[in-house]
Design a protein around this ligand. Structure first.
Ligand SMILES: C[S@@+](CC[C@H](N)C(=O)[O-])C[C@H]1O[C@@H](n2cnc3c(N)ncnc32)[C@H](O)[C@@H]1O
Length: 485
């Protein structure tokens, strides 16, 4: 199902009157709207003071509309915050787009303050931290800034590419050179500068994108590739380009799955990709410069190929700490979420099924797998899986397989952690076919069955997630489970 080649010469428009001044004003307005760093809502410290060990005083107890006691923490979480089993916290994050964290959207991303706190609390400088489901690499960025070595494992090539960019500091002069070159390219755009070989071929390309947009994206990608600069800088610029792909596609921007919703009547105008790219450069380059200025250069960060959360190719007792948020059962189809970005970055050009099969929580299962009921040997989980099986055997198998895969992950992390090392897992409950799937509770039981002890667990209320699943299947509280080897 490859898309037909685009007839570049059939397009009428010649060039667009793009005003860089207008784009710069728009960016300034956007930046102006943001809360000042570290000062919002009374949070007294700049975030950078955290990395130098400043004390924070930003914790208070509140009672929510249901009369429940919740501990609210604004900004950085004090390293010695007392925790008791079952406590619930409302963490207000100010750093979701700070430094390199905001370079690209990613579903169910950590808010940086959480891994920052866990890494600070449960490890020391120069130790090595693992995130076996590393996603967009939030744990690694925070570990790096706190001078810990780290390894982020993810089966998704897009995730590894994005994470690598987020931890790679760049020189200011190089970034400024790239910026001025690319902004010039934006204003000098002409569709005739794009040839057929610049345009990628992938399934349904011409439904996902308007013809003008395909040409503009191809032109921008070619401009990045032909820049006289380091590969590291080009990769950063490719991530900038990737970050606008969804917005300039015909797919819904606010849905994790990549879908075109006719009733949204989304319109993407000629020149929109060019303008958005210019805007993103003006936002992301200062962030990269800021990150590069505070990022230590002597810390190791790896995102190894051919690893899997269920098959971690590191020796026993290698890591001092592991911190992760695994996929939710039955909630996010990551390859489908990033499919357009994956195609434009050149990581795939056809079916995503082989990649989907590698994912924990995959929905790509065989009919022969779910003819019979499978059990995980955790009574509460099996009761839930049986109830799902009575209405939807396929979903029941997906839920079973998810827990079985998580068991493999827990066994692997137990093996590679040092004795006394913590494995902090952040998981949520969700509903599958109307049944509450109490993921974190099942996970604690499985963890104990493979040798971990549960040190404690507490809730983190979710207020701002880039996750859209049907209302009745929404996830409202993440549970943070601290395991010890
Ligand atoms: C909830 S996300 C992690 C988000 C991450 N905490 C962050 O801040 O960006 C879960 C990740 O698990 C990855 N994943 C799924 N199956 C995997 C597997 N078998 N091994 C390693 N990673 C996997 C997905 O690609 C996804 O990036």
């Amino acid at each position: 199902m490859s898309a037909c080649p685009i007839q570049t010469r059939a397009i009428e428009a010649s060039f667009y009157p793009i005003s860089l001044d207008e784009i710069a004003r728009r960016v300034a307005r956007k930046n102006g709207k943001k809360a000042p760093v570290g000062k919002a809502n009374g949070c007294p410290q700049s975030r950078f003071s955290f990395y130098s060990g400043a004390k924070l005083d930003n914790v208070k107890e509140i009672v929510n509309e249901f009369g429940e006691r919740i501990i609210r923490v604004d900004g950085d979480i004090p390293v010695d915050l007392p925790i008791s089993d079952g406590d619930r916290y409302l963490f207000i994050s100010y750093d979701q787009t700070a430094l390199t964290h905001g370079l690209h959207k990613y579903p169910a991303k950590f808010f940086p303050e959480l891994p920052r706190w866990l890494v600070e609390r449960y490890s020391s400088e120069n130790e090595t931290v693992l995130d076996p489901f590393s996603g967009s690499g939030t744990t690694s960025v925070e570990a790096q800034l706190l001078r810990r070595n780290s390894v982020g494992i993810d089966v998704d090539p897009f995730s590894r590419f994005l994470s690598r960019v987020k931890v790679t500091p760049l020189e200011e002069d190089e970034l400024k050179y790239c910026q001025s070159y690319l902004l010039r390219q934006v204003v000098n755009y002409h569709h005739l500068k794009v040839s057929e070989e610049d345009i990628p071929t992938f399934p349904y390309r011409d439904s996902w994108f308007n013809k003008e947009t395909v040409l503009e994206l191809a032109y921008l990608r070619k401009s990045i590739v032909s820049l006289d600069t380091s590969d590291a800088a080009k990769n950063f610029l490719k991530i900038c380009l990737s970050s606008i792909v969804r917005a300039v596609s015909n797919a819904d921007d606010n849905c994790t799955r990549t879908v075109i919703r006719k009733k949204l009547n989304k319109r993407v105008y000629p020149a929109e990709a060019l303008e958005k790219f210019a805007e993103v450069l003006l936002i992301n380059i200062p962030k990269m410069i800021e990150f590069s200025q505070i990022c230590p250069r002597d810390v190791r960060v790896d995102f190894p190929l051919d690893n899997d959360a269920r098959d971690i190719k590191y020796p026993e007792n290698y890591f001092d700490l592991a911190v992760t948020s695994p996929p939710y059962a039955n909630a996010v189809d990551y390859p489908r979420t990033h499919q357009l970005e994956t195609y434009w970055l050149g990581f795939a050009d056809g079916s995503l099924t082989p990649l989907k099969k590698k994912h924990v929580g995959t929905e790509t299962v065989l009919a022969s797998d779910y003819r019979t009921l499978h059990k995980i040997s955790i009574a509460r989980a099996d009761a839930c899986i049986s109830r799902i099986f009575s209405t939807d055997p396929r979903r029941a198998f997906i839920a079973y397989k998810y827990l079985d895969d998580m068991r493999s992950n827990l066994i692997e992390v137990y093996r590679v952690l040092k004795k006394g090392g913590k494995y902090v897992v952040v998981v949520g409950n969700n509903r599958i076919r109307g049944e509450v799937f109490e993921n974190w509770k099942y996970m604690m039981e499985i963890a104990e069955s493979v040798g971990f002890s549960v040190e404690n667990y507490f809730g983190s209320e979710i207020i701002n997630h880039f996750i859209k699943v049907p209302r009745e299947e929404r996830i409202n509280t993440d549970w943070v489970v601290v395991l010890e080897k």
